[in-house]
Unconditional design. Sequence first.
Length: 262
Amino acid sequence: MPLRSATAKRRSGTHDSQAPLHGHDTWLCNILIYHIRLPSEMLNDTVCHSSISRMQPRMQNSLSHLAYLALEYAIVTLALKPGSLVTEKQLIEVAEHGRTPVREAIQKLAWQGLIHVRPRVGLQIAEIRREDHQYVMQVRRELEPIAAALAATHADQQQREQLEECARLMTECAVTGNLPGFFAADKAFDEILEAACPNNFITTALATVQTHARRLWYSTGTHDRMGLAITMHVQAIEAIRGGDAKAAETAMASLIDYLSGA
């Protein structure tokens, strides 16, 4: 679905932050359009008809979540620079959503530690601190292998099909060197993992550090390690999709160990 069409829908449609999206505004299409702003020519038949037709809007598709995806991506890719002061109006322009969805997105980003609400100052994008990488990966190393094992056991058929699409998109990104596309697929993987893992205490803790981890990776410029990282992501995804809890736990632990040294 072309980006202009999606943008026009948002501007002409309801501004209710919980309004459902229908038709081709399905889960993966939302990730691609709202999370990385892919140009319409990249939303080809392979993506729209092969991927999207099999991936229904099972997860969060509210306008507030789409606003969150847009702002989260802008923060992850440093378009919203660490430490910078921003206004609500600026974030509305970045997200291309109304005030209510953006305010709800800001609340989530503040809870995740990506935006600080400063009294009498305004909104500030969180700084990147030297010790952040160590602390983020410490949490992921303990929790993400457990989440992968649980997801391998509890994922339903639709989630397993979504995982297959994520793996395919990541593999394509490795071939083309498409880092933004990989980040979008990685975000999609995180959301599938969150939906499939029955332990909400684990997924709540992971939701924050996974986004911080992507921003840290982007900030380091170590994009030459993308190929092996994607291969290891796909290995973890395939283990989860195959229902092998032990293999999923092992593959995820290996991935986090690799990323910890990146």
